[in-house]
Design a protein around this ligand. Structure first.
Ligand SMILES: [Zn+2]
Length: 215
């Protein structure tokens, strides 16, 4: 059986032909290279299309970068800091949404206050979530813009904008989530979209890390 490796995410496909699309990162067929088992045990890649390899940009060899930046970048990949950091929005924001609903339904304003500080906390963590994500994408996935990464980048932009909007809105109007009004439902609706955006980005990230394994 021939083996094909996705040059973007490392997914291995077994079969006579590479798949039309990588099931993990949605890179197309041209991004697959055949894995050839050498007698020395070293795997050598044979490009499906020579162009496929050259279109992938080489990571950061053209510009000199500071040692601190390189050190930070290395640590991010070595210690899987992006999956760790992304658990901040993915863990805290669903909780904040539940708190907002409790505040709206039962009038417990302390839950609303907790949700507001949760939003602030996640907003402060977002630069690290985005930076670790950017570095991981550039280095591990060579900055390949397959649809998975486009969706993840788009979801991150939406999440940051919504977080900013909701935090500022709540700072300006502290009663927005506790007082019945149309604005409150918009506030809660945007909070739900926020959870969806980070949840979606997180789900795709999980697929990239764990592949298509079922258990
Ligand atoms: Zn892939």
């Amino acid at each position: 059986m021939r083996k094909w490796e996705c040059t973007v995410c490392g997914y291995i496909h077994e079969g006579e032909e590479p798949p039309e699309e990588c099931p993990v990162c949605l890179a197309d067929k041209s991004m697959f290279v055949e894995l050839v088992e050498e007698t020395s045990g070293v795997e050598e890649a044979t490009p499906v299309e020579a162009a496929a390899v050259t279109t992938v940009s080489e990571p950061s060899t053209s510009q000199p970068q500071s040692r601190l930046y390189n050190f930070a970048s290395e640590q991010i990949l070595k210690h899987h800091l992006h999956p760790i950091m992304s658990h901040t929005p993915n863990g805290v924001l669903p909780m904040a949404l539940i708190f907002l609903l409790i505040a709206a339904l039962f009038g417990f304003s302390l839950f609303e206050t907790a949700a507001f500080y949760s939003y602030l906390f996640v907003l402060l963590a977002m630069p690290l979530v985005l930076f670790t994500g950017y570095e991981t994408w550039k280095k591990r996935y060579r900055g390949a813009l397959t649809s998975v990464f486009k969706i993840k980048i788009g979801a991150s932009v939406v999440a940051v904008l919504l977080l900013l909007l909701l935090t500022i809105w709540r700072a300006v109007d502290p009663d927005i989530a506790t007082t019945p009004s149309t604005g409150r439902w918009v506030f809660l609706g945007l909070s739900l979209i926020l959870v969806g955006a980070v949840g979606g980005a997180g789900h795709l990230g999980g697929k990239l890390v764990f592949g298509t394994r079922k258990n």
